[in-house]
Structures are given as structure tokens and as C-alpha cells.
Design a protein around this ligand. Structure first.
Ligand code: SAM
Ligand code: SF4
Length: 324
């Protein structure tokens, strides 16, 4: 069992398949960014499969594929299938920007991906492009394809930015309610080379929650396995909205996760530079037992809470390389 020095049990791994992406979300990968990892440094599908087995032995039952954009990786389906078939893994999910989802949805479902989170920050194509640099239409098609194959729940992740899409929340609420998606609103975290932009547009989501409460009526919802979000039902609708507030109300005390970068770096905390390089261990022929011991030792260094401060970029690496 994986437990840190503060007694927090870790049973959830977020696995970055690549740090690359076809979008350039202004809070994540700035335009012109050149710092991507060399592909030769990525873990192979076989190395990933082995590490997932090691994590499963340590009691990790939930895995989320993320990135960067995980659907850009050519062997994503084979990796998903291998993880879903690993003894002890009971929940496999995916975070995606949705740009390639329409053509992959059915195969992902067949491979064992049960549920997905799709990033969607705006429903106006021009605003969407100004935030992500990409096209809205394929993302909307991807959402419908995921729904058609039966993925559930489908959660929309909307990063809310002051002065950019702050007032598009109401139309996103309407869209999510109409299509039966859950909606999660997220505060920007100041990380990596997009940290400055993230800080400039940071908004305290409590303001948005109060506004929605006044206009729509929100009732606290107790959802099992809800992770960092505080959930609310929208009165008289089936819609659930989650608020993810790492900046204004951190949720570190209930953190249950670690992250594995595409290059095999294990990050016990999203908000700390501390890491354990697992790839060198694999390449040196370390036994499963030795790898388990190293992971347990690294977990003892998981800090009590992240070190994010509004307006200060404390981390060199961005969300796309950590597996946000
Ligand atoms: N490309 C996929 C996507 O966009 O869903 C998966 C990776 S992305 C890094 C995972 C999540 O991190 C997305 O929901 C994205 O909005 C969020 N994210 C990225 N940078 C962020 C930041 N600086 N602050 C808050 N959330 C961020
Ligand atoms: Fe790409 Fe996701 Fe980062 Fe946007 S948030 S740039 S889609 S990795």
C-alpha cells in the first residue's frame, strides 16, 4: 500500500503519454514553446506496462491517461488495453483536448477506457481559437462520439480565465445540461513557461460559484470518488458542477494521486520539483521489488501541500510535461 508521511493513501496514477500537444492553450503551452522532451526519452509501451503492474502491486487501482495530448501517441490504444488488462487496475480514464476523439472514441471504449474528461473552455469558435489555437468543431464531434459509444460520465473541464471566458460559464452550463455532461470549472495554476499568462487571468472561482448560485441555484452534492472538485447540483436540472480551486482553496489534505511523466519521472506532487526518475532504474534491470521500494521512498517526500502562490511561477515544468 502506498502511503505518504502525512498518512495520505495513494491509489491513483496520472500517466502522461507525451508532453506534446496539437493545441497551445495559453495557460499551458505558450505559442512558440520549444522545450518538448526528445521522443527517445519517452517510456516505451512495454516499460509503461511493467510500471503499471508495479503500481498495481502497491495498491494503485485507478489510472488516467493524460499528457500533453495522449491521443497524439500512436500506440495509445495498445497502452490503454494493456493497462485495462492489468490485474488490480479497476478504473481506466482519459483526459483529452478532444481534437482526435471522434476517430478514436470507439476503439478507446473497446480498449477499456470507461470515462473521459474533455477540455473545453469556450463554445464560441473564435474565443476557443484564441485560447487554444485549435478548432472547436472536432472537439464537439469528439464529445458526441464518446457519448454515442457509451462512455460515462463525460466531464467537461473548463479553465475559467478573468477577462477571457469568465462570462462564458453560463453558456457552458446550458450546453453541459443539454447533453448530459458533468462540468468542472478550474482555476489557473502558475506553472512552467505559461505561468505568467495563468497568473494574469487567475480568478477566484468562489465569485463564479456565488454568481451561479444567485442565477441558477446550487445545492451541495456528495459525490463518491470526486477527487479535488467540490460538487454542486444545479437546482431542477440533472447537472452537476465541480469547482477545482487549487489557488483559492487548496485540497492537498485529501490528495490521493501521483503523476508519471512521459519520460518516466514520478512526481509525488504536481506543485513541487521533487521527482524520482524511474526510466534509469528500468534500464539498469532493477527488480520489481527494488522499483517498489524506490517508489515508496519517494512518496515519503510528498509535501504536505503545493507551493503555488498567485502571481509567482514556482515551477519550471508546465502541466503538459507533468501530466496535468
Ligand atoms: N491535453 C489534455 C487536455 O487538455 O485535457 C490532457 C492534458 S491537460 C495538461 C489536463 C488538464 O490540465 C486540462 O483540463 C487543462 O485545462 C488543465 N491545465 C493545463 N494547464 C493548466 C494550468 N496552468 N492551470 C490549471 N489547469 C491547467
Ligand atoms: Fe494541450 Fe491540454 Fe495543455 Fe491545452 S491543456 S495545451 S490541450 S496539453
Amino acid at each position: 500500500m502506498l502511503q505518504d508521511s502525512f498518512g495520505r493513501r495513494v491509489d491513483y496514477l496520472r500517466l502522461s503519454l507525451t508532453d506534446r500537444c496539437d493545441f497551445r492553450c495559453r495557460y499551458c503551452i505558450p505559442d512558440g514553446y520549444r522545450g518538448f522532451q526528445a521522443r527517445e526519452k519517452w517510456l516505451s509501451a512495454g516499460q509503461i506496462q511493467r510500471l503499471i503492474g508495479v503500481f498495481a502491486d502497491l495498491g494503485v487501482g485507478k489510472v488516467r491517461l493524460t499528457g500533453g495530448e495522449p491521443l497524439l501517441r500512436g500506440d495509445v490504444l495498445a497502452i490503454a488495453r494493456a493497462i485495462a488488462e492489468t490485474s488490480g487496475i479497476t478504473d481506466l480514464s482519459l483526459s483529452t483536448n478532444g481534437s482526435q476523439l471522434a476517430r478514436h472514441a470507439e476503439a478507446l471504449w473497446d480498449a477499456g477506457v470507461q470515462r473521459i474528461n474533455v477540455s473545453l473552455d469556450a463554445l464560441d469558435p473564435a474565443v476557443f481559437r484564441s485560447i487554444t489555437g485549435g478548432r472547436l468543431e472536432p472537439v464537439l464531434q469528439g464529445l458526441q462520439a464518446a457519448k454515442a459509444v457509451g462512455m460515462s460520465p463525460i466531464k467537461i473541464n473548463m479553465v475559467v480565465m478573468a477577462g477571457i471566458n469568465e462570462h462564458a460559464v453560463e453558456s457552458m452550463v446550458e450546453f453541459a445540461a443539454k447533453h448530459g455532461f458533468a462540468l468542472r470549472l478550474i482555476e489557473t495554476m502558475p506553472v512552467g513557461s505559461a505561468g505568467g499568462a495563468a497568473s494574469r487571468h487567475l480568478i477566484d472561482l468562489e465569485r463564479v460559484r456565488e454568481r451561479l448560485d444567485r442565477t441558477l441555484g446550487l445545492e451541495p452534492a456528495a459525490l463518491r470518488g470526486s477527487g479535488p472538485a467540490r460538487y454542486f447540483h444545479v437546482r431542477d436540472t440533472g447537472l452537476v458542477i465541480g469547482f477545482i480551486t487549487p489557488m483559492s482553496r487548496h485540497f492537498c489534505a485529501s490528495c490521493n494521486r501521483v503523476r508519471l511523466g512521459a519520460d518516466g519521472a514520478l512526481y509525488p506532487c504536481l506543485g513541487s520539483e521533487q521527482r524520482l526518475q524511474l526510466r534509469p532504474l528500468l534500464e539498469a534491470g532493477a527488480s520489481d521489488r527494488r522499483i517498489r521500494e524506490e517508489i515508496c521512498r519517494a512518496l515519503q517526500g510528498k509535501p504536505e501541500r503545493h507551493g503555488f502562490l498567485p502571481g509567482v511561477t514556482v515551477l519550471q515544468r508546465g502541466m503538459s510535461s507533468t501530466g496535468g
